[in-house]
Design a protein around this ligand. Structure first.
Ligand code: BGC
Length: 250
């Protein structure tokens, strides 16, 4: 089944058609820079432009950088605060004319990794951590997603962890790989003390360069790079949409 997967990020909004059985993108990725500020109207318009680019009117799965419950956006750490409380799913359906499934972006990336990537067949507690503009986390217990777990916002050195250890901070402060790896390591140690995961999967764009920082980490839990890298968000959003549509159509 083909689904248009979308990933709304801090710097870019990306989409591609996905073969949800194979877990692969069947078109080139189309990317439009995230409008600044990322107000609801501007983001909705950008998403409609991506849908239009593909001439698509089928199911759409959209990963969004916020807590999303029942299609409603409940937080806004890295997007415009005007999103809080808005019915994102309904707004996107009205703008695109497509059935839309809206979910947290890290949950989407995590689903792709669990089904097609580094978490395949993993039992126990798996934590997928996406390091990007912010820090996104997805928690799986015996393969089942526990949605909207926001471990990117735990406190570290008296700060919101994502303002200390995200890849956005590495770029903004021009940290060396060693300096940044040390921050990520502190973050992982804190998280493992709280959750005792069996596996941690590191995703986000920077996971492409995992050899620069993963070997410097000292966490006790096995830590592996995401396999689907930057594509996980798009593929996972499409996968989630397929599952939800199958569930609602009985
Ligand atoms: C948001 C999360 C999101 C993460 C990655 C955080 O600031 O609170 O919901 O998953 O950024 O985009």
């Amino acid at each position: 089944m083909q689904v248009l997967g979308l990933d709304v990020g801090g710097s870019g909004i990306k989409g591609a058609l996905v073969d949800t059985r194979m877990g692969t993108m069947i078109t080139e990725r189309h990317r439009i820079p995230t409008p600044q500020p990322a107000t609801p109207a501007a983001v909705v318009e950008t998403i409609a432009a991506i849908t239009g680019h593909f001439g698509w009117c089928g199911p759409v799965g959209c990963g969004f950088p916020a807590v999303v419950k029942g299609g409603v956006v409940l937080t806004a750490a890295n997007i415009d605060s005007g999103w809080v409380g808005l019915p994102g799913k309904r707004l996107l359906e009205e703008a695109t004319g497509c059935p839309v499934w809206l979910l947290n972006d890290a949950d989407a990336a995590g689903m792709a990794e669990m089904v097609f990537g580094a978490g395949q067949g993993q039992r126990g507690l798996v934590l997928v951590i996406t390091l990007g503009t912010g820090i996104g986390t997805a928690v799986f217990s015996d393969g089942h997603l526990v949605p909207n777990i926001e471990l990117g916002h735990i406190e570290l050195h008296g700060k919101d962890a994502e303002t200390y250890a995200s890849d956005g901070v590495r770029k903004k402060k021009d940290l060396t790989w060693e300096q940044w790896a040390h921050r990520v390591d502190e973050y992982l140690h804190t998280v493992e003390r709280l959750l005792w995961p069996d596996l941690m999967i590191i995703g986000g764009g920077v996971s492409k360069k995992h050899e620069k920082f993963l070997p410097l980490l000292t966490a006790k839990t096995p830590v592996v790079p995401a396999v689907l890298r930057n594509e996980a968000g798009i593929i996972g959003a499409a996968l989630a949409a397929r599952h939800s549509l199958a569930a609602t159509s009985g």
